[in-house]
Design a binder for this molecule. Structure first.
Ligand SMILES: NC(=O)c1ccc[n+]([C@@H]2O[C@H](COP(=O)([O-])OP(=O)(O)OC[C@H]3O[C@@H](n4cnc5c(N)ncnc54)[C@H](OP(=O)(O)O)[C@@H]3O)[C@@H](O)[C@H]2O)c1
Length: 236
């Protein structure tokens, strides 16, 4: 695919994986990237081909507001990468409606509605690609983070459902990464344990995720696919 002809929207483009994806798409010749951010707008890669839009994805009408802002700026997105997410722990004994709302809004509602709103336009124009960044913990449960797992499992189903709804013009796929970029709060012992049960016995590299992302964007006969990129962690 010639990325130079397309406008990509990447949510969470100011840090970690999202920022890495923006840099890599720029290096691969992307024509225009819209990077959204909330806390990390200062660290979105600076380039004339990058437009930064600040949007809190927890807001009730986040997706609608973001699409309205795209319209105000005359931007037409044809590749959507739903990357932004939160990985908050949810100890059952201390679960609050706030935990539920935050994880569900950012990890599920915003990517789902963005996919619907932008996906329908892509369909109308006759071409579009959507990739959701899910998680191996949307394929199997993660103790202590059940709301996170539920949100990512629902994102997996959103991927499959929208793949049917938006076909044949728009392909919708997902990545289900294993451990790649550890949360800043994780101890060395927790990191060691996270890798211990990965059959390939290591964490993944951001570049390995990017290559899988490119593969999903480029593969013309794939839609509704949820691709684990996790060193085999989904197996045990
Ligand atoms: N890291 C891994 O190894 C791994 C493994 C499996 C799956 N994943 C998934 O991959 C994606 C990226 O993960 P990561 O570890 O690179 O990211 P991260 O550190 O968890 O940050 C995620 C992104 O979400 C954005 N975000 C958080 N709250 C937001 C809000 N209220 N409004 C708008 N944006 C918000 C952040 O933007 P701001 O900082 O600008 O607020 C940030 O760019 C996530 O969906 C995650 O679940 C990651």
């Amino acid at each position: 695919m010639d990325l130079g002809e397309h406008t990509l929207l990447i949510t969470g483009g100011g840090k970690k994986l999202g920022r890495f994806f923006v840099e890599r798409f720029l290096a691969e010749g992307a024509g225009h990237i819209v990077a959204t951010c909330w806390h990390s707008c200062d660290t979105v890669p600076q380039d004339p081909r990058v437009t930064v839009i600040r949007q809190n994805l927890m807001e009730e009408r986040a997706a609608e507001n973001l699409v309205a802002e795209l319209d105000r700026r005359g931007l037409q997105v044809d590749i959507l990468i739903n990357n932004a997410g939160v990985f908050d722990p949810t100890d059952l004994a201390h679960l609050t409606p706030g935990h539920w709302r935050k994880l569900m809004h950012i990890n599920l509602k915003a990517p789902y509605l963005l996919s619907v709103l932008l996906g329908l336009r892509m369909k109308e124009r006759g071409w579009g690609r959507i990739v959701n960044i899910a998680d191996v913990w949307g394929l199997k449960p993660l103790k202590g983070r059940s709301v996170y797992s539920v949100s990512k499992a629902a994102l997996v189903m959103a991927t499959r459902s929208l793949a049917i709804e938006l076909a044949p013009e728009v392909r919708v796929n997902a990545l289900a990464p294993g451990p790649v970029w550890f949360p800043e709060t994780m101890t060395e012992e927790e990191k060691r344990r996270a890798v211990d049960r990965v059959p390939l016995q290591r964490k993944g590299e951001p570049e390995e995720l990017f290559q899988a992302l490119r593969f999903l964007l480029d593969s013309p006969f794939m839609t509704g696919v949820v691709l684990p990129v996790d060193g085999g962690r989904h197996l045990r």
